[in-house]
Write a protein that binds this ligand. Sequence first.
Ligand code: ADP
Ligand code: ZN
Ligand code: ZN
Length: 828
Amino acid sequence: MYADVILPLPLPGIFTYAVPLEFQDKVGIGYRVVVQFGNRKIYTALVRKIHGDAGESRNFKDILSVLDNEPLVSEWQFRFWDWMASYYMCTTGEVMNAALPSAFKLASETRVAINPDYSIDSVPLNEKEFSLVETLYNGKKSIEISRISRIIDQQKIIPVIKTLIEKGVIILEEEVREKYRPKKEIYVRLHDSYSGDESALKDLFDRLELRAKKQLEILMTFIQISGHGFEHIHEVKKDDLLKKSGCSAAVFDSMIKKGVLEVYEKLAIKPKSGTTGSNPDSILLTDSQKRAIAEIRDAWTAKDVVLLHGVTSSGKTEIYIKLINETIEQGKQVLYLLPEIALTTQIINRLRKYFGDRVGIYHSRFNESERADVWKQASLNRESPGGRNSCDIILGARSAVFLPFVNLGLVIVDEEHDSSFKQMDPAPRYNGRDAALFLAHLHGAKALLGSATPAIESYYNAKQGKYALVELPERFGEMELPLIQLVNIKDELRRGRMKTHFSTTLLDQLTEALKNREQAILFQNRRGFSLRLECESCNWMPSCKNCDVTLVYHKKGNQLRCHYCGYVTSVPSLCPVCHSPGIKMKGFGTEKVEEELGILLPEARIARMDLDTTRSKHAHQNIITSFEELKIDILVGTQMVTKGLDFDHVSTVCILNADNMLSFPDFRSEERSFQLMAQVSGRSGRKKKRGTVIIQTYNPAHPIIQSVVKNNYTGMYGYQLAERRKFKYPPFYRLILLKVKHRNADLVNRAASELAKKLTRVFGNRILGPEYPPVARIMNQYLKHVLIKVEVESSVLSAKSRLLEILGEFYQKQEFHPVKVLIDVDPQ
Ligand code: ADP
Ligand code: ZN
Ligand code: ZN
C-alpha cells in the first residue's frame, strides 16, 4: 500500500511513501502523516491518494506515523488548493503551507517551548512525554524539534509533540515571540507609610499646604475620587487623577519620588459584552436599505455574485447582518472577509452584538492554538452532534478562505477593492477576494462584494453583467456626504499661511472641532519622521546598504531605518562624502505630523496609528477603543485610518498631502488615490452633523482630486477604463508578472533578457520588459521584471502552460539554476 502525499515545500509534484502494515487501516485521504524527506528532515505531510501501484521504483521510504484519526482536509478543499496552485502558478505544497495553521504542520525546524500557563503535575504525562517535557525545562528557551529528537532519541517525535500541544503543555515558537499582551492601565495608590495612618497623613497635608500647593491638589483629588474619608482610601486610575486634578505629570512624578504615592499596573477591565444575542430583527432598515436588500436577494436568483456599491456610511454592515442572519437560520455557514486586521476590531463588536459566540475570528494576529481551534470549529456542522457550539460565522483576513467549511452558504467580501487582499509573499500570491469567489462557487454559495469605491475590475464585471450591481447612494440617517475643501499648498505658502505642514485653514478647522468636542483624523501615507535626509552641499542621501532605497528617519530611537529590510543605522552628524554638517530632513511622515501638531495644538490629545505603533497584538484595538471612548481628539495615521472604521464623533478629516500617492509609478495609482481619498473622507460626519474634509495639495485641478471632491465614482471609472483599454491593462488584459531575482546584478540582467527573449518569441508584443522595478534591489537581491499581458478573450490557461514550458527551457541552462523567477498572477 502506498500513499501519495503533499509536502509543505515549494517543490513541484507529489511524493510517494510506503504505508507499513501497522498503519494500513489507520490512514486515509486527507490524513496527516509524518515522513522523512531529505537526509534527516521530518515533515508533516498530507495524504492525497492511496494506491497499490509502486510503478517501477520499489524503494520508497516508510510513513513514520499517522497523526489523525479522521481527515483534516476534505476532498473539496483539495480541489480548492488545486485550483489555487494552477491559477496562481505555484505548487500544491506552497498552498498547503499557506492553508494549514502551523500547529498542524510540525517539521524538523519547528521550535517548541513549554507553555508558560502549564504547571507540572496538572496534566498526566506518559513516559515519552515526560522525558520530552523534562528536556524542554532544562533547555529553558525554545528548541528545534530536530534537536529534541537527537537528545531523547525518538524517531517518531512529532506525534508526541502533537499530543503535548493539544494538552496545552507546550507551544510553538511563534507564540513565544508574540506573547499575549493584554491592555494594562496604570493605577495609583497611597504609599504604605501613609495608608491607614491618619496622623502621618495629616502631617503630610500640613507640609504640602505650606510648600507645595499643586501636590496638595493632587492628594485632595486622590482622596476625593478614591474613597470615603481617610479610612477607605483605595486606588485610582492615573489618567483619571491627572485629568480631575488638572495637574501636570511632572507634579505627579515628584509625588512618586517623595514616596507619597505609588503606581502599579493592572489589567484593563473589559466592559462586559452583555448584549450578546440582540435579535437582528431589531434592526430597522431604512427604505433605501430595504430596497437594496430586496435587489440583492432578487439578483441572487439569477447570479451568484452581487456587487454592492454603497457610499461610505450608507449602512452596508446592517445589510450584511440581515443577510448573515438569514443564512445561518438556514443552517448554513458564512464567511466574512476583511482586508485588514485593523478593521476587524470594530466589525467583531458589531457582529458579536447580534451573533455572540457564533462569530469565529481567524487572522494572523491570532496565535496558533487559537487558529487551530477556529479551524476545527469551521469543520463542524452546527446541526451535527458536537457542533452546537461551533462558529457558523467566520470573520477573517484572506487566509480564512482556507478553512474547512462544511456548509458554506454566503461569502461577504467587505472593502473588496482593497489591495491588501492580495498576498505578496510567499507563494501562493493569491487575491483573497478572488479566491473567496471561487470558494463560493465550489460550495454553490452566494457571494456579496461590498465597497464605496469598487475596484475597476469588479465594477466592470458588474457592468458587463457577470455580477449583479446594487447601488446604495444615500448615507444612513440622511447625513450628507462631507463637504470637501481643497487647500492649494503653493498658494498658502506664498501667502505665509502654512505652519510647517499644516495650512491655516486646517488648523482653524481643528481648533473649531476641538472647541466643539469633535474628533479629527489626519492622514499621511508615510510613516516615520522625515522620509529622507539630504546633504545640503552635495545632495548625498543616506540609503540602505541592502536595498536601493533611501532610509527613513525615525525620531523615536533617533535612527535611520529601511522600510524594506529593517536595516537600522544611526544618523551621521557630518556628510560622509563632503564632510559638511548641513544635513537636512526632507519629506514628512506620521511621526512628524504627530509631534508638530502637539506643538501647534498643545491642548489636543493626539494619537498615532501606523505600523510602528501597532506591532503588538492588541495595539490596534487599544487605539481604536481609546478613540471611541473620546480619550483621543486627533488620530494621525497611515492608510490604517482610512478603512471601514465607524466613529460617531469625527467631524474633520484631513489629507495632508494628496500628491505623493498620485505620483506613484503604477497603472493603478490614480484609482488607488481616489479610493484612499474617498474612503478616508468617508470617516467624517457619519452621525451627528455634516463632516468636513480638507485636502492639501499642490495640484487642486488634478482630475482625480476633482472627482473626489464631486464624489464622482463613475466619472473616475469611465476615465480609468478608457486608459486601461488604451494601454492594455486589466480588465481588458490579464497580467502575469515575472520577478527575476538574484544576488548578482549581472546574472539578473542576463537571465531577465534571456527570459524576455524566449517569451517574446511566443507571445510577441504581449511581453513588456525586462525593466527595473521602482526598488531594484531588496535585501541584497537584485530584481528585474518581465510583464506578460494576455487578452481576456484568449485562453489564459494555455498562456500559462506555455509560460511554464518556457520557464522549463530557461532553467535548462546551467548558469540560470540559481536565479529565482517569482510568478505573480494578477499583480496588484
Ligand atoms: P458603511 O459600512 O456603508 O460605511 P456602516 O454600516 O458602518 O456604513 O453604517 C454607518 C453607521 O450607520 C453605523 O454606525 C451604523 O450602525 C449606522 N446604521 C446604518 N444602518 C442603520 C440602521 N438601519 N439602523 C440603525 N443604525 C444604522
Ligand atoms: Zn555632502
Ligand atoms: Zn533595506
